[in-house]
Design a binder for this molecule. Structure first.
Ligand code: 13P
Ligand code: SF4
Length: 334
């Protein structure tokens, strides 16, 4: 049943046992992280796209929405966010009194960088009076210029609620045109004016690779993230956030899944469901290099030194309006 040409991934049926040295090294690193978590009163949050060894030591693993909720609720003094910059900023906005650090301070999101505050101001000026929905994959500065925030898990409901609140049937949607197109397909009565942004990782996945896998495994269920290109979403059985993808595959009676999102989700599913087969369209295209920057050693170094220069800081003038967009999202989503 193994795929060779179609997907360079060997389907992982049973997580292969780490070599003894690897196991010993992991034990040492996990032990050190455990000590540091206690001394710093730190909580570790990890996105499902992170490396498995990072996910496996985290206190909470999830999608952007779930992790935002965890960040808002934590009683820890320090949040170590294993994800990318906008996620750590979101955690800081929701927990302003905590110290927030990224697992690796260099981890950014190219999609979030596709729109700046100045660009959004100019976009709004072209469409006066049209409210703005900002995907959570944006900087705090962009959120501060927006009316409400959304994640891949709640975008459709947020767009609908915002239109009702403002009594309008048009919104500006930034920055992901693929998520925007998906919401548009769910809300034909609303016009979404999309920014031309995209996720380079999801854009590298191609329909031909999905179709080739489906041909080889006709019984496979296709699960797609809304950041995928529209042609992939058109053939998907389920479209949803990383958590929806994970929960659907875990609950399903199916045995084979084509997972059209970043490889961390496939890896996690292969670990959690050793009796099922999981493929991504192709290995090379399914990896987000930024999400893979965080290593256990980075996390240890950050918790050891709490480097001032790396602490997430958001000026009040930006933080206040940005926080309101998250608060409105949470209120709509509750
Ligand atoms: P979700 O986990 O919210 O589905 O987000 C995916 C993503 O692209 C995060 O960068
Ligand atoms: Fe950004 Fe895409 Fe990477 Fe998510 S997967 S962090 S959207 S580049």
């Amino acid at each position: 049943m193994a795929s060779s040409v179609l997907s360079p991934f060997k389907p992982v049926q049973v997580a292969s046992a780490p070599k003894p040295q690897k196991e010993a090294r992991l034990r040492t690193l996990y032990a050190r992280l455990g000590e540091l978590k206690q001394t710093r009163n730190a909580v570790i949050l990890a996105h499902l796209y992170e490396r498995l060894d990072v996910q496996n030591i985290a206190d909470h693993v999830g999608d952007s929405l779930g992790l935002s909720r965890q960040a808002a609720q934590t009683s820890a003094d320090v949040i170590l966010f294993c994800g990318v910059h906008f996620m750590a900023e979101t955690a800081k906005l929701l927990s302003p009194d905590k110290k927030v650090f990224l697992g690796n301070a260099n981890a950014g999101c190219p999609m979030a960088d596709m729109i700046t505050r100045q660009q959004l101001i100019a976009f709004k000026a072209q469409h006066p009076g049209v409210p703005v929905v900002a995907y959570v994959n944006t900087s705090a500065e962009v959120k501060a210029e927006s009316d409400v925030c959304c994640t891949s898990a709640n975008a459709t409901g947020v767009v609908r609620a915002l239109c009702q609140q403002h009594g309008v049937d048009r919104v500006l949607f930034v920055p992901d045109k693929n998520l925007g197109n998906y919401v548009q397909s769910q809300c034909p009565d609303i016009e979404l004016i999309n920014w031309d942004g995209f996720c380079p990782t999801h854009m590298r996945m191609h329909l031909e690779d999905v179709e080739a896998l489906k041909k080889q495994y006709p019984q496979a269920m296709i699960l797609a993230h809304p950041e995928c290109n529209d042609d992939i979403k058109a053939v998907a059985d389920v479209i949803g956030s990383t958590t929806v993808i994970r929960q659907t595959a875990m609950a399903s009676d199916k045995r084979v899944f084509i997972v059209c999102t970043e490889d961390g989700v496939r890896a996690r599913l292969a670990q959690d469901c050793p009796d099922k087969l999981f493929f991504t369209p192709t290995q090379a295209c399914a990896v987000c290099p930024n999400m893979k920057l965080t290593r256990l050693e980075n996390m240890i170094a950050t918790l050891e030194h709490l480097p001032e220069a790396d602490e997430i800081v958001i000026p009040d003038a930006i933080a206040e309006p940005a926080r309101q967009t998250l608060a409105l999202m949470m209120a709509i989503d509750s």
